[in-house]
Every structure is written in C-alpha cells, then in structure tokens.
Design a protein around this ligand. Structure first.
Ligand code: ADP
Length: 478
C-alpha cells in the first residue's frame, strides 16, 4: 500500500498492522493508513533509545542545534501542507491548523537556541580550597505520550526540549492523529538525528503506551491527556521511582464582571469556550457572570454563538470544525442531556448538524441558570459546551472560580485594576488571563496547572529544563 506510513525504530521504518486515519469532517475521506505498533516493537524502540543515549547525550550542542533548526525551517516552509493535514485529521479549522503548525516551528526554533545556552553555576564551597559546580545533564530515555487535540504542537513541545538537552525518545502519539506525528518524525530524522535517538511507535495506549509506562528503561515519562489516565500513569511511574510529568484536564473559569468591556468579554468567551471546537484543556467551560451584566452579556454571547459557522474544517468559511470522533460527540451529547436533567437551561445549540459530507458536527452549546455543583460545571466535557453561572459580585465569582478540583487556566474580563490584580494573586490556577481568553498561550513561558490539572514540573520555555534534565553537583579540591 503506497500510503502505508510505518513506525520508526532504531533508525529504520518498520511495518505494522495498517490502520486507517479518518477525516472527522468527512468520514469517507481516508487520509492514509498508519502502522500500529505491537508490544514487541515498543520494546525494540525502548532498546534503541537506550542504546543511542550515551553518544547522543554527549553530542556537541551545535549538532543538536543544527538538527532542531533544520526541523523548524522545514515545518515553517511546509506550514500550509502540514496545517491542512492537521485540520484534516483532527478537525480544527485550517487557520487553526496552520497556526498550530507555525507554533511547532517556533518551538523547535526556541529549543535550537537553547542548545547553545546550556549553562551551570560555579560556586565557592563552604570548605577552603574546594570548588563546586552545578550542572544539568540529560535524564536518559524519555517516553512521550501525547493526545489528539494538538497533533503537532504538543509533540513539538515535548520532543524539542527532550532532544535539545540530549535525551533519547520513544514517542507514542494518540491513535486518532498519527499523520502529524509521522510527518514530524520524518522531518526530524531527515534533519540528521542519529539512529535510535527518536523512535516513533504509533498505536494503542493500552498496548504501546503500557509497554512504555511499565519499562524500567524509560527514565522519564511525559504525558498529556485525560485526567484519569494521567493520574493512573503517574502512580505507575511512582512505583518505578521514575520522573514524570502529567498535563491533564481543566474546568477553566472565566469571570465577567459588571465593569467589563462587553465586546472583550464576549470575544474572550467565544474564543476560549468554542474555538478548536472546545477541545482544549485550557478551554473556558464555566462562565461566571456578575448579576449586573448577566442578561446583557448572555444575550450578546448567544447572538455571537449563533452566528458561528460550523462545518468542514478545510472550508475557509468555517469557524468551528467538527468534533474529533463519534465517541467524543456522543459524550458531548450525553452532557447536554445531563445538564438539562440537572435543571440547567440550554439557551442555544448542542444539536448535531448535518453537512454535505458525513462528519461529527455539533452546534456550540450554551447553558445558563447553572450552579457550580452541577456535573456540567464540575466534569471536563472537552467539547463546544459552556455553562453560565450567575453570581452577586466579585467575591462570589472568585469563590466559584476556585471551587473545582482542576487548576489549569483562569480568566477575568474587567476594567478594574483592583479586581484584576486581586484575581491574578488569588486565582488557584497555573495560568491567569486578564481580558484574554483562557486558551491561547505563548511558547516561551511556563505552561501548566495546579491541583488535578497537572503533576510534575512545568512545560515549555526555559522551565522545560526542570523535567528534561537532572542536576549534578560536583566538588573539587584543588
Ligand atoms: P483522550 O481520551 O483525550 O485521548 P487519553 O488520556 O485516553 O485521552 O489519551 C491520551 C494519550 O494516552 C493517548 O496517546 C493514549 O493512547 C494514551 N493512553 C491511554 N491510555 C493509556 C494507558 N493505559 N497507558 C499508556 N498510555 C495510554
């Protein structure tokens, strides 16, 4: 089969059971067939990464710089083609797909630079004649397990720092989006990675993922995905005393105060709750609105939502692409029913839409009259569904915002410096947004959350070094 894309193990492309990659905007469109690795191949990939580690971890920074730089250049040069592949396999709009691809290029560019900025500390010892050096070293073999919602950016923000600091990698992308993962590995290997440094094992979490998670030869595990899976994998890692980093869900609040600029507030919620079809861990799903602006805000927001065009991700007129697959759509529909059964009012949306092609289209949904103890306000839905909670004032809004077991991102729309400052200091979240959507972050600063949202060191920017390196303290008497 000419379009059968293989796994990459120890510098060689390796065949496996061919699995179709289906376009959620048009289920008749098969993007390609991708090999599913088996457990033995996953073990081969770990062995290859282990064998490659000694040489790669001692490679010259300029070698790693060149590889990451070339990868960045190629991703950027092919942004339209890769962005289209992304939108075709995941369903976000073409503009979002191309934007995410550019982001991946920027991340490789950033970490290309970081290879040349490796530095430690030299400090005097408390003892005479002794010098102390504090340096960072690569950790070893890194297991990289990624979700489907950012098919190129999340792999980029894990692979780039892993390789930058001299680690070797076993990479298992999500089953639904092998296309971007395969393209990224193809680019990196042609950019000059020695064999075994980066290994791609596409396939199932319960098979390939489990081999990675249970291997004593995997020295660090980085995961992004659902909360229950992340929590389970963190426990499995702890049993092996292995370093792990988990990015999981969110139930991100966005507060609208009475003094907010209405257009800004509506913009933030439209983008934060519904763009990328609501399939972002940083999506705003609890909209906490001060009584005095509630009715005006809800009317303006629902008008905006109803005007959004939902359709084929590749149609330039589309603003909201399809849901990623049938089971996610069924889950979203379940939550629409759950919300209504709990007494929330479905103000608009939620229904399945038919389009020219068979796909998973759903109208963005807005609930009002919600309370923070409803399941639609507590559980991550991961779809285009938001719940409005009416509150009396800022203090009540802050209390509701923090009353969740998640803590990834939190936003507020206000023109008051006093409330903005108080919120930045008191929101229990890893990322706080003032007059900006909860989703949409920079690539050179830390990304991550608190409570059940995240475990382990932050990702991205220079903070990535915390996870992808280990510290050594060397003493010399001379
Ligand atoms: P989602 O349902 O949003 O895809 P998951 O947490 O199920 O989120 O999946 C995220 C990633 O974790 C995927 O690559 C998936 O294959 C992988 N995965 C799922 N279950 C396991 C598991 N038990 N062990 C290892 N990896 C897993």
């Amino acid at each position: 089969m000419s379009d059968h894309k293989q796994n990459f193990i120890g510098g060689t492309w390796v065949a496996g059971e061919a699995t179709p990659n289906i376009n959620p905007s048009n289920t008749a469109d098969i993007i390609g067939h991708y090999a599913r690795a088996d457990a033995a191949q996953a073990r081969d990939a770990i062995d290859a990464a282990k064998a490659a580690f000694p040489a790669w971890s001692r490679s010259a920074p300029l070698e790693r710089h060149g590889i990451l730089r070339r990868a960045s250049d190629e991703i950027l040069a092919r942004k339209d083609e890769l962005g289209q592949l992304l939108s075709r396999e995941e369903g976000k709009t073409l503009a979002e797909g191309i934007g995410e691809t550019v982001r991946a290029a920027q991340i490789f560019d950033f970490f290309a630079g970081e290879t040349l900025r490796l530095a430690g500390e030299t400090v005097p010892s408390v003892r005479p004649g002794v010098g102390v050096e504090v340096t960072r070293e690569a950790v070893g073999v890194v297991g990289v397990i990624t979700p489907w919602n950012f098919p190129i950016a999340i792999p980029a923000w894990k692979l780039a720092p892993a390789l930058c600091y001299g680690n070797t990698v076993v990479f298992k992308p999500a089953e639904l989006v092998p296309g971007c993962a395969w393209a990224l590995v193809d680019i990196l290997q042609r950019a000059g990675l020695p064999e075994g440094v980066l290994n791609l094992v596409m396939g199932q979490g319960s098979v390939v993922g489990q081999v990675i998670v249970q291997s004593v030869d995997v020295d660090a595990l980085t995961f992004t995905g659902s909360q229950p899976t992340g929590a389970a994998l963190a426990l499995e890692s702890a049993k092996l005393m292995r370093k792990s980093q988990m990015e999981m869900g969110g139930k991100n609040p966005f507060i609208v105060l009475a003094d907010a600029d209405l257009d800004v507030a509506v913009d933030c919620v439209t983008q934060g709750a519904y763009f990328s079809t609501g399939q972002r861990c940083t999506a705003s799903s609890r909209i906490i609105v001060e009584d005095a602006i509630h009715d005006k805000f809800v009317a303006a927001l629902s008008e905006r939502i109803n005007a959004l065009s939902v359709g084929d991700a590749l149609d330039p007129a589309t603003q909201i692409g399809p849901v990623v697959d049938a089971s996610q759509l069924a889950q979203n529909e379940d939550y629409i029913q759950i919300g209504q059964a709990e007494g929330a009012r479905l103000l608009t949306g939620g229904e399945r839409l038919s389009r020219a092609t068979e796909g998973f289209f759903q109208r963005p949904a807005l609930f009002t009259d919600c309370t923070n103890d409803m399941r639609i306000a507590r559980e991550e839905i991961f779809g285009p569904v938001a719940a409005v909670i009416r509150v009396a004032d800022y203090d009540a809004a802050l209390e509701v915002a923090n009353d969740t077991h998640f803590g990834l991102s939190a936003g507020i729309a206000t023109t008051s410096l006093k409330f903005a400052t108080h919120f930045k200091r008191n929101a229990e979240a890893g990322m706080v947004m003032v007059n900006l959507p909860t989703a949409g972050v920079d690539f050179h600063v830390p990304f991550g959350g608190r409570k059940a949202s995240s475990f382990g060191p932050r990702e991205q920017g220079r903070y990535a070094a915390e996870f992808y390196t280990t510290v050594k303290t060397a003493y010399t008497l001379a």
